[in-house]
Structures are given as C-alpha cells and as structure tokens.
Design a binder for this molecule. Structure first.
Ligand code: WQD
Length: 326
C-alpha cells in the first residue's frame, strides 16, 4: 500500500507516518517544514518539501499514485486563530480544498483527515460523543468543522471516502524514542511544561484556577500520539476494506487537570517547573472529555499509552534526548 502523509514531518504526522511504515506501508511525506522538522524523517520515506498552497506541485505529487492521503497539515493554535483568522483561512480551508481537488484530479478516493474536538465548543454534556452539538468556540474549531462539511459534499459528489478523526488533546512521544523532533513555539500545555522543565521558558502560566473542576484548573482528555497513530492506521484499513466515510472522537476518556499534570511533571522530571496563576484564557471551557465508544465499535481501537505517566515520561525523554539533561 502507498500512502501520502501531508504534514508527516510534524509532531502528530511523524508518529502517524512511522506507524504506517512499521506496518509495511510505503510512506511519502509532503511537508513545507513550517512547523515540521527533518529530524522526524526516516530513510524509508520519500520526502517532498512543498506547500499545500502550491496546487501544481500537490497535483504532480499525487499523480505518483497513492491508495490514500492522510492530511495533518493544519495550523492548530486555538488562541492564535482568534487573532489571525486569515492564517487559518488560508492554511486550513484553502489548503485543504487544494488537497481535495488535487486528490480528485489524481484519482485518489480515500482521505484520512485530522479533525478536532474543537469543533464541539462548550460542552452541553460529558463525555462528548459524536452526536454532541457542534458549536466551535474558536476559529480553529470552525475551520475543522467547515472542512468536515466539505468532505461530506466531496463524498456525495466525487466519491471521496473520508475518515474524520476528532482528536482531543494530543500529547506524548514515541515510547521507543525514535521520534524526538520538538515542536516549534508550542502553545499546548504539555510541551510548554516540558520547555519550562528543560529551561527553555522561565515559568508556566496556569490559565485560571477558578473553574468548576476538582481543583479549579482546566480538565482535558489527553491522548498519546502513538494511540492516535494507531487510530489512523485502523481508519485507513477501514476505508480500504469498507469504503464508507465516518467521523469518530479520539480521546482517552480520562480527564486530567492542569495542576495535576504540573505536579506529575515535577515528580517525573525532578525539576521545579515554576508556575504562576493568571486569568482564564478566553474561550477555554472548564472540562472537555471524550467518549471514544464509536472508535472502539467501528475500528476496534483502544488507547494503551494515554495514561499521564506515559505521556509525561515519553515527552521528557524526547526533550532531554534533544536538549540534554542539564
Ligand atoms: C490545555 C489546558 C488550558 C497552556 C487544544 C487545541 C488544539 C486541539 C485540542 C487538536 C487548558 C491550560 C494551556 C498554558 C495553561 N488539538 N493551559 N497554560 O486549549 O484544550 O485545545 O488541543 O486539534 O490543539 O484546541 O489545549 O494544551 O492549549 O490547553 O494553563 O500555557 O491547559 O487553559 O485548560 P486546548 P491546550
């Protein structure tokens, strides 16, 4: 099987690409290295450094012939999307439409799409299942929901079968230590904590401790990237075997709070990790936890690495292997 992994030099994309290659899939990476890094590439991949906004190159590469395309090349900082919506319109909407059109032009009829829990917005109930109302609270989530709507039309009109995988909070690193490319200027909690622990940042800002949660800080559902990668592999097989489009949540179904993660990180890294409490970040809900029952039912998928100990230990191993353990 030959698969084009768009964004495959990035944090999640590199784990998906490695999982595919481990299963004997021929992997081609398409990545502009704006946030990805060649540190995440392996000799058994074909690599094209190119941009999804470069339609001509996109079509030309797709014409090499692939059984499926996996699209993980999106801007994903929810806060930034509220300040720079034009960046998210261009990369996430225009870029994805280029991918859909190029796939149709190249005769590729299967797409695995990196969607997001951000399409749901403020929880009306918990855990969040796929039937939950979809009212994104930020422009990033809006772009992901709009793309899912485009996918429904491309399925109906062009026969493009898709898997929309709605990630909750992706975290952790390859337990075998093969992938250690660090995210550039991360905004997500776990890599920010790692940067403080390793000495790249002076402190962590805790965005509010006055939420209606067990310790007042935000609760999220953290899913290990290796579990996410396995879900992409299973989604690919489902599209190859069954050829029906679907959308599923991918989460651990466990909630962890900011303060719990901070304490666990201090214990695991042995570092002080200075932190200060600031005001809430606009748009942040108190709690987001997934129901992944549909992914279990449809794909036989289960999370195995998504306990917080493994997430933090594998993250710390990646940061210290890249930056040393001063
Ligand atoms: C987690 C918790 C913050 C940073 C993101 C994005 C997107 C999506 C889901 C895939 C919250 C708190 C954070 C910090 C903090 N993934 N926090 N200090 O906002 O849940 O959503 O993941 O599509 O990437 O929407 O993730 O890591 O930013 O925040 O206190 O410096 O940590 O308030 O409670 P979020 P996050």
């Amino acid at each position: 099987m030959k698969v084009l992994v768009i964004g495959g030099a990035g944090y999640i994309g590199s784990h998906v690409a490695r999982c595919f290659a481990d299963h004997g899939i021929q992997v081609t990476i398409y990545d502009n290295l704006s946030t990805g890094t060649t540190d995440n590439l392996f000799p058994d991949y074909v690599f094209h450094q190119a941009d999804i906004l470069d339609y001509t190159t996109l079509v030309s590469v797709m014409r090499e012939g692939f059984d499926a395309v996996v699209h993980l090349a999106a801007a994903k900082a929810a806060g930034e999307s509220m300040v720079k919506p034009e960046k998210y319109s261009l990369q996430n909407i225009t870029g994805t439409l280029n991918i859909l059109n190029a796939a149709c032009e190249a005769g590729i009829s299967r797409l695995v799409f990196s969607s997001s829990a951000a399409i749901y917005g403020e929880p009306a109930y918990l855990p969040i299942d796929e039937a939950h109302p979809k009212q994104p609270a930020n422009y990033y989530g809006f772009t992901k929901l709009e793309i899912e709507r485009f996918l429904e039309w491309y399925d109906r009109l062009k026969g493009l079968k898709f898997a929309a995988l709605r990630y909750f909070n992706a975290a952790g690193y390859d337990p075998e230590g093969r992938i250690t490319g660090l995210e550039k200027n991360p905004a997500n909690l776990v890599p920010v904590i790692m940067e403080v622990a390793i000495g790249r940042r002076p402190h962590l800002d805790v965005f509010g401790t006055d939420y209606p949660t067990r310790d007042g800080s935000g609760v999220r559902d953290y899913i290990h990237v290796t579990d996410l990668a396995d879900a992409h592999y299973r989604a690919l097989l489902y599209l190859m075997d069954r050829g029906e489009s679907f959308a599923v949540n991918l989460g651990s179904e466990q909630g962890s709070s900011v303060l719990e993660i901070l304490e666990a990180a201090r214990r695991i890294t042995g570092r002080e990790i200075p932190a200060r409490v600031t005001g809430r970040r606009p748009g942040d809900p108190a709690t987001l936890v997934a129901s992944s029952a549909e992914a279990k039912r449809l794909l036989g998928w289960e999370a195995h690495y998504s306990d917080m100990e493994t997430i933090l230990a594998t993250s710390w191993k990646a940061y210290t292997s890249r930056l040393g353990n001063p």
